[in-house]
Design a binder for this molecule. Structure first.
Ligand SMILES: [Ca+2]
Ligand SMILES: [Ca+2]
Length: 185
């Protein structure tokens, strides 16, 4: 078990996800769906003994994990693991996203089978690599404004996308920093 995992195991305080917070502004650019049309409720997470709202600010946290559908917590990663070793920290049954390619920089680990609005988790338009360490396919969605339909990419069970910059985006470009919603089946 890695140092990081042991730290997680020792960390017992839960967090609560609430749905009654006011809308939080979300960065949006170009033809992306405007933030004003988007309801971000904000996911609360336990981090260093306090509660933070991921939609507003990760406050320096390196890795935020969904323990249950209503319980998130964030941790700091040892410097040695804040990089190539990060993919090993993605647990079986999770879909993990990282801010940089090759599973580096800040990471978000999701586990519940549902639609995850990444704005709630403070991770909209950020993911550059993905690991779907699950037994079923998952859907990665970029929300668009009508008449342009939302874009979608299916990552297969066990699929590793080390560089979303290599995944062709419909209409041009690539999938870097575009994912707004993840659907876990
Ligand atoms: Ca990024
Ligand atoms: Ca997007």
């Amino acid at each position: 078990m890695s140092t990081f995992r042991r730290g997680l195991a020792a960390f017992g305080i839960g967090a609560v996800m609430v749905t009654c917070l006011s809308t939080t502004a979300v960065a949006s650019a170009g033809a992306e769906e405007p933030a004003s049309a988007h309801r971000a409720t904000g996911t609360l997470a336990e981090y260093n003994g306090r509660t933070i709202n991921l939609a507003r600010d990760w406050e320096g946290a390196d890795y935020c994990i969904e323990e249950t559908a209503a319980k998130f917590r964030c941790v700091d990663l040892p410097a040695a693991e804040f990089g190539a070793a990060a993919i090993q920290d993605c647990r079986e049954g999770s879909l993990c996203l990282w801010d940089n390619r090759n599973y580096q920089a800040a990471g978000l680990e999701l586990r519940s089978s549902r639609r995850h609005d990444l704005a709630d988790h403070g991770f909209r338009d950020r993911a550059n690599s993905v690991y779907n360490y699950r037994e079923s396919n998952s859907r990665l969605i970029d929300l668009r404004s009508a008449p342009v339909s939302d874009r979608e990419y299916t990552v297969t069970a066990g699929g590793k996308l080390w560089d979303l910059g290599q995944i062709v985006y419909p209409g041009g470009g690539n999938w870097n920093n575009k994912i707004d919603v993840v659907v876990l089946n």
